[in-house]
Design a protein around this ligand. Structure first.
Ligand SMILES: [Zn+2]
Length: 211
């Protein structure tokens, strides 16, 4: 296939049609790196099976990525497997994500854990506030609106926190008690949300999801 033609195809098709697994595409004006969009130099290279994305001064792969994290490129998932790959040891290496548990045991960074624990603590304060809402009927419209908002956000944030912790617990068992607290909070806020939704439907005439 002509070089120019290949360039005009989305990456997925380029991979399929390039055929050879060993042949590398290189970043250029016409073929930007699929990860960092580099066009100025040919430092990034990739084929069907691997992407080497160079950490340079003009372009570099997303710095928040950790080993095992995935990027979606044209509908295909690529997992970061190394941060010091390539000949120079300065490339991020991505492999197609096989959907199995990470190849490389992935610990949780202390910073990430601290962040999550802090967020969950703040969330518990929100949960308490939302559980303190006792009576919808007697509230003024402003207070009522705020109460319903509190309950909704506590509920959705609890769900998010539960998901995050569920993913973290296999890597760090110490987070399990926190997960259980969040699940408990979610149950309580869930009841509160049911009441709020009932009130909305029957007294405010709202349909689901409105306000
Ligand atoms: Zn790149």
């Amino acid at each position: 296939m002509a070089y120019e033609d290949r360039n005009s195809l989305p990456l997925g098709d380029a991979f399929v049609s390039s055929g050879s697994f060993s042949r590398y595409n290189r970043s250029s004006k016409k073929t930007p790196c699929p990860v960092c969009s580099r066009t100025k130099s040919n430092s990034c290279s990739w084929n069907n099976d691997v992407i080497y994305c160079h950490q340079g001064s003009t372009n570099s792969p997303p710095q928040h990525l950790r080993i095992g994290d995935c990027l979606e490129i044209d509908g295909k998932k690529w997992a970061l497997v190394s941060k010091n790959a390539g000949f120079t040891g300065s490339a991020y290496c991505f492999r197609p994500d096989r959907g199995k548990v990470k190849n490389i045991p992935r610990g949780i960074s202390k910073r990430h854990k601290k962040e999550v624990v802090l967020l969950v603590k703040e969330l518990f304060a929100l949960v308490e506030l939302s559980l303190a809402v006792m009576e919808f009927m007697t509230d003024s419209p402003e207070v009522l609106k705020r109460s319903l908002y509190l309950i909704d956000s506590a509920f959705s944030q609890c769900k998010e926190a539960r998901q995050t912790l569920k993913e973290m617990v296999p890597h760090d068992k110490k987070l399990k008690p926190l997960l259980m607290l969040v699940e408990d909070a979610l149950k309580q806020v869930g009841c509160q949300k049911q009441d709020a939704d009932y009130f909305r439907k029957h007294y405010l005439g709202e349909r689901d999801g409105e306000l």
